[in-house]
Design a protein around this ligand. Structure first.
Ligand SMILES: Cc1cc2nc3c(=O)[nH]c(=O)nc-3n(C[C@H](O)[C@H](O)[C@H](O)COP(=O)(O)OP(=O)(O)OC[C@H]3O[C@@H](n4cnc5c(N)ncnc54)[C@H](O)[C@@H]3O)c2cc1C
Length: 354
């Protein structure tokens, strides 16, 4: 039996603080519950770009993290997720876990699905519950933005490939801090000597630089960005947003839904797998505010949102939130912008942000 044959692995970024964060601890609680049911332990794997404080390691151990491996290397500093995919894939060569629990953190939503795609592992995002079954696993995940749940049963016998579970934070209690250090007391540090040599990742093509269309303002230079999402309803709705942006001298941003539906171009996507923007004002029309989208607008000075749903997550992060039909608002703005451009002596009379 290999040293790495614990049935459950927890993989998480180490973080900068002296204590593990709440989300990784929730991950540990879930991993421990599964491991107990399967009659084994949890291997905790911390990914870190640089030194990890001794106090952090001791704190993890006091929560029962044993054995613990710290994988360190400058390649892990980068938001580029390939290094993480490569590291975890390499570690999977050392053992045969049944479940790879990934606690939600800044980059996990990007690397965990890629690892699963590359290794053809079953993967579930937004898990709110995972229960061990004999030779299998029952997982409940959120769908429809938390309004419904889907229950999935996995048969983990046979090839014994691990299920990758990306946990939804806030769904589990954190484990008790027993203060008793694990019996094995194994803390291993693995140094990445250089950026891992990563082969092609399934489903990800060659990177090319995409230049903005001439006459359009680039997202990263804009002082005002108008963003459109699923709530714009149709290509026509998005075209009205584009027209308004042109008249106002703003750049156009889009949620992934808008890009997936073909209303916007991939280079207009804002978010985790899109662009990071930092305008003075970002107005989000019909965008729910999924965390993958919000990770692209962290540097925005003033976030304004128009949404029919007062409980949309974007409401919680907006400086100004209007409960309104985004399609009607965009149509009215486009008409007003046209009227002002035509009626005024020149486009300079339009008030521009910046
Ligand atoms: C690994 C990964 C990476 C991802 N990367 C990104 C990324 O980079 N960027 C990104 O955006 N997403 C990304 N996503 C997808 C993300 O999780 C969401 O699915 C996406 O952001 C949702 O887009 P949306 O809010 O426009 O659409 P929806 O979720 O469909 O929400 C539409 C919103 O519009 C509102 N609405 C509906 N009709 C109207 C109306 N008439 N007027 C006003 N409001 C209305 C609804 O209330 C809702 O809030 C990623 C997902 C994964 C798993």
């Amino acid at each position: 039996m290999s040293e790495w044959d614990e049935p459950v692995w927890l993989v998480t970024d180490a973080g900068d603080g002296p204590e593990p964060g709440r989300a990784p601890l929730e991950g540990l609680a879930q991993a421990q519950a599964l491991a107990r049911a399967w009659g084994g332990g949890v291997r905790v794997i911390l990914l870190a770009a640089g030194d990890v404080r001794a106090t952090l390691v001791e704190a993890w151990r006091a929560f029962g993290a044993d054995p613990l491996a710290v994988v360190r290397g400058p390649a892990l500093a980068s938001p580029e997720v390939r290094a993480r995919v490569e590291v975890v894939e390499t570690l999977l060569g050392r053992g045969r876990p049944l479940a790879l629990v990934v606690s939600s953190c800044e980059y996990a939503e990007a690397w965990a699905p890629r690892l699963a795609a590359r290794r053809r592992l079953p993967a579930v995002t937004r898990c709110v519950e995972a229960v061990a079954l004999p030779g299998g696993l029952r997982v409940r995940r959120e769908v429809c933005r938390g309004k419904a749940h889907l229950s999935l049963d996995f048969d983990l016998t046979g090839d014994r490939v691990p299920a990758v579970l990306l946990l939804e934070p806030g769904s589990w209690a954190v484990p008790a801090r027993t203060g008793e250090l694990g019996a094995r007391g194994t803390v291993e540090t693995i140094h990445l000597s250089a950026a891992p040599d990563v082969g092609p990742v399934t489903g990800v093509g060659r990177v090319r630089r995409i230049l903005p269309n001439p006459g359009e303002i680039d997202l990263e230079d804009a002082h005002l960005v108008l963003g459109g999402g699923g709530g714009l309803g149709s290509p026509k709705g998005f075209a009205a947003l584009r027209e308004t942006a042109r008249e106002l001298g703003a750049a156009v941003g889009a949620s992934r839904i808008a890009v997936d539906r073909g209303w916007a171009r991939p280079e207009e996507q804002v978010g985790l797998t899109g662009r990071q923007i930092s305008p003075r004002v970002y107005v989000a029309f019909g965008i729910s505010g999924a965390r993958e989208h919000l990770s692209g607008v962290a540097e925005v000075e003033h976030l304004v949102a128009v949404n029919l749903d007062p409980r949309a997550p974007i409401a919680g992060v907006s400086r100004l939130f209007a409960v309104a039909d985004a399609q009607a608002v965009v149509r009215a703005l486009a008409a007003e912008a046209r009227r002002r451009v035509r009626g005024a002596a020149g486009a300079d009379r339009l008030s521009r942000v910046g």
